[in-house]
Write a protein that binds this ligand. Structure first.
Ligand code: AMP
Length: 308
């Protein structure tokens, strides 16, 4: 299996200053795998849902090459549920409710095919479960991890143990500050890379994303959109595009990671155009290519330095 993703497959209630959607399909693994499906023919997910999760969505995901041998469906139980409310700038949000439900029962057992995964995406989830997946994969070429403040607040020590073992960590700017105790993102990045990962991606919502390694830094803008309907899942969609692109190309150089950041940002821009995962179900290759070109145009400029 080229890529295995662990993360939530969920229901979300979303409120923005301009609209709301109730009980829409969401979850980190859902966004990641749907996005990665535009780059990979086959991948696997490790997660758990309740009996309430729509089988039609699981079927749609299967048709997109998302294998579900690692997805448990628990009879008589409810799926993970999250609800959030966005502020006026849509870059910040409050979590109103997190119901772990079936997540409390997730004890992943990976089959042979999943154990041999070349790429592992540890989507936002209990770090104990992320560690259990890492324990079972044999020799992955690349491990990318995403997490959020919820787990920093509730399981910081366990989280740090997993961070030690990954190649790339993706978090947002406030999470980078919380994790490192540093306000400057440059200092925060260096503190976090000392914890284990060789690379750090700091997501800054509508202000783009930064990629750090020990010696270099790269910045990608976010595409200015006419209308942001719902930013939920943009971070996961970014991660899905990032790892999907790296897995397809097999090139983990810093220069290729820069391309992967642009691809991730382009995919995330689609995600914001509709509520939930809807937009990520219907993309055409031409739209993706055009969007990536828009990024290239957005930052293309010519400059002559004044000699003196
Ligand atoms: P993002 O907007 O990229 O941070 O991702 C939002 C998605 O993450 C939603 O679809 C939620 O279902 C899911 N989510 C929210 N809180 C958590 C959590 N504590 N653990 C795992 N997944 C979560």
């Amino acid at each position: 299996m080229k890529l295995v993703t662990v993360g939530t497959v969920a229901f979300d209630n979303i409120e923005t200053p301009f609209g709301r959607a109730d009980k829409v399909v969401g979850g980190a693994a859902t966004y990641i795998s749907l996005t990665a499906s535009y780059f990979l023919e086959k991948q696997g997910i490790v997660s758990v849902v309740g009996e309430d999760f729509p089988t039609t969505m699981l079927e749609t995901m299967r048709k997109k090459g998302i294998d579900q041998a690692g997805l448990e469906v628990l009879k008589g139980k409810e799926s993970f549920f999250w609800s959030g409310r966005y502020h006026y700038d849509m870059n910040t949000r409050d979590t109103l409710e997190t119901r772990l439900n079936v997540l409390l029962d997730l004890d992943p057992k990976l089959n042979e095919e999943y154990r041999s995964a070349e790429y592992v995406m540890l989507g936002n989830l209990d770090p104990v479960v992320q560690a259990k997946v890492l324990d079972q994969v044999e020799s992955p070429a690349l491990v990318v991890m995403d997490t959020m403040n919820f787990w920093m607040d509730s399981a910081m020590e366990k989280l740090k143990e997993v961070i030690k073992r990954v190649d790339i960590l993706t978090i947002n700017d406030s999470e980078a500050r919380q994790l490192s105790g540093e306000h400057s993102l440059v200092k925060a990045a260096h503190v976090i890379m000392e914890m284990g990962p060789k690379h750090l991606v700091v997501k800054k919502g509508e202000h783009g994303a930064l990629l750090f390694n020990k010696n270099r830094v790269f910045f990608a803008p976010a595409l200015p959109l006419d209308e942001v309907v719902d930013p939920t899942g943009a971070g996961d969609t970014f991660a899905g595009g990032f790892i999907g692109y790296l897995a397809r190309s097999g090139d983990h150089s810093f220069n290729n990671m820069k391309r992967a950041i642009i691809v991730g940002s382009a995919m995330a821009s689609f995600c914001c155009e509709k509520f939930g995962v809807e937009r990520m179900l219907e993309l055409k290759q031409e739209e993706i290519d055009l969007r990536i070109q828009q990024f290239v145009d957005l930052v293309d400029f010519d400059i002559k330095l004044v000699e003196g």
